[in-house]
Unconditional design. Structure first.
Lengths: 261, 232
């Protein structure tokens, strides 16, 4: 836990995102503390991914605020920040893990370069050190060190996803945004990735916003659950509390529609 | 002596929104105290709300009304209406809960499943795994199984892994929801020893047990959970 653990790392107030005349995120508010994982669930079109894109500076926020408390303890309103600042946060204090590794990796350069690039963006220049750290992170994500010079296209889907995670975590971000990180993977590959994520989140004390449609993934990785429907936050609570004793009609329907969680 | 747990006029019903708003009352005003060193056995017919009571205390169910206060270091913490951080913090250090079923995590070996709650309160890996091994050994799980994920274990073995995990941290307040339903007599005796040790170190234990000999062996007091009378 860092010294700021008694202050939220993210404070979202009345966030709104419009798509044409329709609100895809409507009056979303929550707080996230260091070391916490907030899982965001809901069906397709509920606004989960739009929310994640707003919070991570990938798309403008139309109304409301999202205050990020940076490493120096200063609050930055993501809604009011310019692109340069947001890009810098994305490279340094944040991690961004996309569902499709193609969106988060550079396919023209080697696995090692994909990981090393983020270190270089932070000013690392010593080739030996960068390569050493890249190898270390590949191995933490269970990618053998002798694959460091391979292109990501030579990797399986599960390996590409692990590479994307290594690329994000090498710079020790404080806040990680994950959009369906296990979507599109085989179940056995999913289990491995989930276990790795679970251990990393705990050991690094990361705060994370995790978008998933899979309630079992939410239960495994999340501390809290935000249920979204039609752009609105319909329920927010401890993961086990929302899944075992949902209060609202929609959360009850969502939970009861799953075979077993 | 001040209780470790104070429950006052606790009410809980379930409203089924997708069944026309049907309301199922379960707890109709329960009050009880639990003190250090005792095991309070919750009794009552099936459906009386024994598990619901435990789950409310753990912050897993949301009560409608009433109060649940838990002694935490020098303070008394109210669970009803508490923020999530308060409940998570209590669960880390103060409140243990063992259900009937182990929630297995893919790929994680039994010993690490047991060690995890210790790691969460800051124990280093070696020490946590050492205590985990000791607990598994005490519950008769052979050493050759320690590194295997418990998903493939028998129901009784999983239940013992679950107990080892639940008792890994020495919580001041333990909630037990039929934790021995799949165990034979020998293994139940091992669990009796675990609960007796918890009482001896000053924990308060609140338990639901499906068999009478288990309840008789560990119980110091019985609390009857009365079924709510449905209004006609």
């Amino acid at each position: 836990m860092n010294a700021n653990s008694d202050e939220p790392i993210l404070r979202v107030e009345g966030l709104r995102k419009n798509f044409g005349s329709r609100a895809v995120c409507d009056d979303i508010s929550f707080e996230l503390w260091p070391g916490e994982v907030l899982a965001v669930v809901g069906e397709s079109g509920a606004g989960k991914t739009s929310l994640l894109k707003c919070l991570s500076g990938q798309t403008p926020i139309d109304a409301g605020h999202a205050h990020y408390r940076n490493a120096q303890g200063r609050e930055i309103d993501i809604a009011a920040s310019d692109e340069t600042l947001l890009k810098r946060l994305q490279r340094t204090e944040w991690g961004l893990i996309h569902q499709n590794p193609r969106d988060g990796l550079r396919f023209g350069v080697s696995a090692g370069a994909n990981v090393g690039e983020r270190l270089m963006a932070l000013g690392a220049r010593h080739y030996g050190n960068i390569r050493f750290e890249a190898t270390d992170w590949l191995q933490r994500l269970e990618i053998s060190g002798d694959r460091i010079d391979d292109l990501p296209s030579k990797f399986s889907g599960g390996m590409q996803q692990r590479l994307q995670i290594a690329r994000n975590l090498v710079t020790k971000p404080r806040l990680v945004f994950m959009d369906e990180p296990t979507g599109g993977l085989d179940v056995s590959v999913q289990a491995r990735l989930l276990d790795l994520l679970r251990v990393l989140v705990r050991d690094l004390g990361l705060a994370a916003v995790l978008v998933t449609h899979d309630l079992a993934v939410a239960r495994l990785l999340g501390d809290r659950l935000l249920v979204m429907k039609d752009g609105k936050a319909v329920e927010l609570g401890l993961v086990d509390q929302v899944l075992d004793d949902p209060q609202t009609p929609y959360a009850q329907l969502l939970v009861s529609s799953v075979l077993q969680i | 002596m001040t209780p470790l747990l104070e429950v006052r006029d606790l009410r809980k019903s379930f409203r089924l929104h997708n069944r026309g708003g049907l309301e199922l009352p379960v707890l109709g005003g329960v009050s009880l105290d639990a003190f250090a060193g005792e095991c309070l056995v919750l009794a009552g017919p099936s459906g009386a709300g024994k598990s619901t009571l435990l789950r409310c205390v753990y912050g897993n169910y949301v009560p409608d009304a009433g109060s649940i206060k838990i002694a935490d270091r020098a303070a008394k913490v109210e669970i009803v209406g508490a923020g999530h951080r308060t409940i998570l913090d209590l669960r880390r250090r103060t409140l243990g809960y063992v259900s009937q079923f182990l929630r297995a995590i893919p790929r994680v070996g039994a010993r690490d499943v047991v060690a995890e709650p210790l790691r969460r309160i800051g124990w280093d890996e070696e020490r946590a795994r050492e205590r985990a091994g000791m607990l598994l050994d005490g519950l008769g799980i052979a050493q050759k199984m320690w590194d295997l994920p418990p998903a493939t274990f028998s129901g009784g073995e999983q239940q013992r892994v679950n107990l080892a995990r639940g008792f890994a941290v020495e919580y001041p307040l333990m909630l037990l929801d039929e934790p021995t339903s799949a165990l034979d007599a020998d293994n139940r005796r091992r669990v009796v020893a675990l609960i007796e040790a918890a009482k001896a170190r000053g924990a308060a234990v609140l338990g639901v047990f499906h068999d009478h000999d288990m309840a008789d062996a560990v119980g110091t007091r019985i609390f009857n959970v009365e079924p709510v009378r449905m209004a006609a």
